[in-house]
Design a binder for this molecule. Structure first.
Ligand code: FAD
Length: 366
């Protein structure tokens, strides 16, 4: 929209990594004749790269917070501390939990995923999902600072579960707490990772004193432990769900075309409704499906930024072409990390310093 016409309404749903970077980019190049609104539950959004370091005790809580509300202030955007629950594409409105209907000309979803496990009885009451990261970070902070015996179960032996288990083991060791930490998987741990990663990370789990329990689907979560298929019980007083990724159930209320609950987007990151985009973990890249990882959310930012500008000016959008591989960096509890790219693995203190450098550089932008 140009000239003296009414300002276009751009609504950013979620303060995920892509939207944070788009807000950052607006410092240099604001959207002309557009009013921007950002909705996020809470003023800050945590940066995933530094979460394991926070859990391990290497970083304070503030270090992983991206201050979305402050970014909004700086670029003249309106910040709403709230939650989207639906969208009405025909009326071009995003609906919030408190009943507000926000009109949009352009809307973008960057709301991440959840690792809640609604299918497991007792999970919602007695366990904490690793995602959303902010809620998990708060619960872990309270647990590690509280007195008493420490026994932790991480459900889900993917790379995030393994990384969290090692970080927790390190944090409790540093506090001289005698802790039992168990990593439980329905099949084999690290099944989706390369042989190189599996070998190295397994050795590190062992080094951190973490008990690995495989082929053990969790049937129920109780206040003081979990019940495994077959009936055996494992005690714990902090239970974390890190088993994979599920889209937020409310995404189904957007009316957008979905793939397994994720918002389908084309190469230009456009969803099925006119003027609507989706990025980060909540999006499904129809032409180039990729695993859920922050690195894609980050790389989508310049493309979304450009395509919103293009939509306002009527110029053609740009395609997002995701990279085929990326440097995976996994922290190993203490200040050591494992890195892998193109099938080559390497680990040690130097790799942690590299990860620390990359993560701090990312956060310093804000
Ligand atoms: C332990 C752990 C470690 C990880 N480490 C790495 C790593 O080292 N490298 C890597 O590439 N990836 C890593 N990941 C994956 C990474 O976390 C995600 O890929 C990344 O956070 C995706 O970013 P995003 O932009 O999709 O959204 P997110 O960062 O998930 O942010 C989504 C935002 O939307 C908000 N939101 C949620 N619901 C609503 C709603 N209804 N209305 C409005 N706002 C809402 C949330 O509060 C949040 O602020 C890790 C994941 C975990 C669990």
């Amino acid at each position: 929209m140009q000239g003296n016409e009414q300002a276009s309404q751009i609504v950013f749903v979620g303060g995920g990594h892509t939207h944070s970077l788009v807000l950052h980019a607006m410092r240099q190049r604001p959207f002309a004749n557009a009013a921007v609104t950002v909705i996020n539950p809470g003023r800050t959004a945590p940066y995933s790269g530094m979460l394991p370091g926070f859990v391990a005790g290497h970083y304070p809580r503030e270090a992983l917070n991206i201050d979305i509300a402050q970014l909004c202030d700086e670029v003249g955007a309106r910040f709403i501390d709230g939650r989207a629950v639906a969208m009405a594409g025909d009326a071009r409105t995003v609906l919030l939990e408190d009943g507000t209907a926000l009109p949009y000309d352009l809307a973008s979803f960057d709301v991440g995923i959840t690792s809640a496990m609604p299918g497991i009885p007792g999970f919602a009451d007695h366990a904490v999902p690793a995602k959303p990261l902010g809620i998990f970070a708060g619960r872990w902070d309270a647990y590690r600072n509280a007195a008493g015996e420490k026994s932790v179960i991480v459900i889900g032996g993917g790379i995030a579960g393994a990384e969290l288990a090692m970080a927790m083991a390190h944090a409790l060791r540093q506090r001289n707490r005698n802790a039992e930490i168990r990593l439980i998987d329905r099949s084999s741990i690290l099944a989706d990772n390369s042989e190189t990663a599996r070998k190295s990370v397994r050795a590190e789990l062992d080094h951190n004193g973490i008990e690995i329990i495989e082929n053990a689907p969790v049937r129920e979560v109780q206040p003081d432990g979990v019940v495994i298929e077959g009936g055996s019980r494992i005690a714990a007083n902090f239970i974390v769900g890190a088993a994979g990724a599920t889209p937020h159930p409310w995404i189904a209320q957007t009316g957008l075309d979905l793939h397994d609950g994720y918002i389908k987007v084309n190469k230009a990151l456009q969803a099925s409704a006119d003027g609507v985009y989706a990025v980060g973990d909540c999006a499904h890249l129809v032409d180039n499906p990729r695993p859920k990882a922050g690195v894609y959310a980050v790389r989508e930012a310049p493309v979304l930024f450009n395509n919103l500008h293009s939509a306002l000016t009527g110029s053609p959008p740009q395609d997002y072409v995701p990279q085929s591989d990326y440097l995976k960096l996994v922290s190993l509890g203490g200040k050591r990390a494992f890195g892998e790219k193109f099938g080559f693995g390497f680990s040690g203190a130097l790799v942690w310093r590299l990860k620390d450098h990359i993560d701090r550089k990312f956060m310093n932008q804000f």
